[in-house]
Design a protein around this ligand. Structure first.
Ligand code: ATP
Ligand code: MG
Length: 212
């Protein structure tokens, strides 16, 4: 198993989130798995736990054989090599579109970095706006930049939180296909959460449905 979530429990106060009460599941390397559940059911929270922005109350998270969260273990987000597309995009407001996309590519040489950034700009259909700042973009444009920023460094695990919610039907279809193609081509393991069954069906090979 590439990602193992074992008996995970979490709540923000002393009330556990029902879907995060002893949750267990696993994802094999290269799998694209979806979790569908209603608003408020804990999908974003689950991704925050896996990325390392929250610590579980109980249970553990094992990534590629290494425990990253457990009772006495906490590996910080920057050491997990996990990419995340946040539901509210989370772009760096003081950086242009190109700089946002290049953020995770700092380790590449100049030319390589520019090539990968250009590839991602094209896939986001943002090649005409590399110098714009996030506040100069529509919601859907920000969402596409956020998606490509996360994909650019080829993370070992990509967490997608409603990544197509702000796109119109046509663009949604294109993005679903493009993202699926790049995940498969680059063998990136992916966990995709959404309340939209159709988006998840279009991208994922296996779906876990929350029952509450
Ligand atoms: N920082 C926080 N502090 C306190 N409660 C929170 C916080 N973030 C989320 N919650 C609560 O935790 C529960 C799960 O929220 P979460 O955002 O994970 O749901 P979700 O499934 O992603 O919903 P949506 O589909 O609307 O994005 C909700 O009841 C929410 O109000
Ligand atoms: Mg959410």
């Amino acid at each position: 198993m590439f990602l193992e979530v074992r008996e995970l429990s979490f709540g923000y106060g002393n009330m556990l989130i029902p879907s995060l009460r002893g949750l267990s599941f696993g994802i094999e390397k290269g799998e694209i798995v979806g979790i569908v559940g209603p608003s408020g059911s804990g999908k974003s929270t689950l991704l925050r736990l896996i990325a390392g922005f929250e610590r579980p109350l109980e249970g553990s998270i094992v990534l590629d054989g290494i425990t990253v969260a457990a009772k006495d273990v906490y590996v910080p987000p920057e050491s997990r090599n996990v990419g995340m597309v946040f539901q509210d995009y989370g772009l760096f407001p003081h950086m242009t579109v190109r700089k946002n996309i290049e953020f995770g590519l700092r380790r590449l040489k100049g030319e390589e970095r520019a090539m990968r950034a250009n590839e991602m700009l094209a896939m986001a259909q943002m090649e005409n706006f590399p110098s714009r700042y996030p506040y100069e973009l529509s919601g859907g444009q920000q969402q596409r930049v956020s998606l490509m920023r996360a994909l650019a460094p080829r993370p070992r695990l990509l967490l997608l939180d409603e990544p197509f919610s702000n796109l119109d039907a046509d663009l949604r279809e294109i993005m679903c296909k493009d993202v699926k193609t790049i995940l498969e081509k680059e063998k990136i393991t992916c966990l995709f959460v959404s309340h939209d069954q159709r988006d998840v069906n279009a991208v994922c090979s296996r779906i876990i449905t929350q029952t509450y």
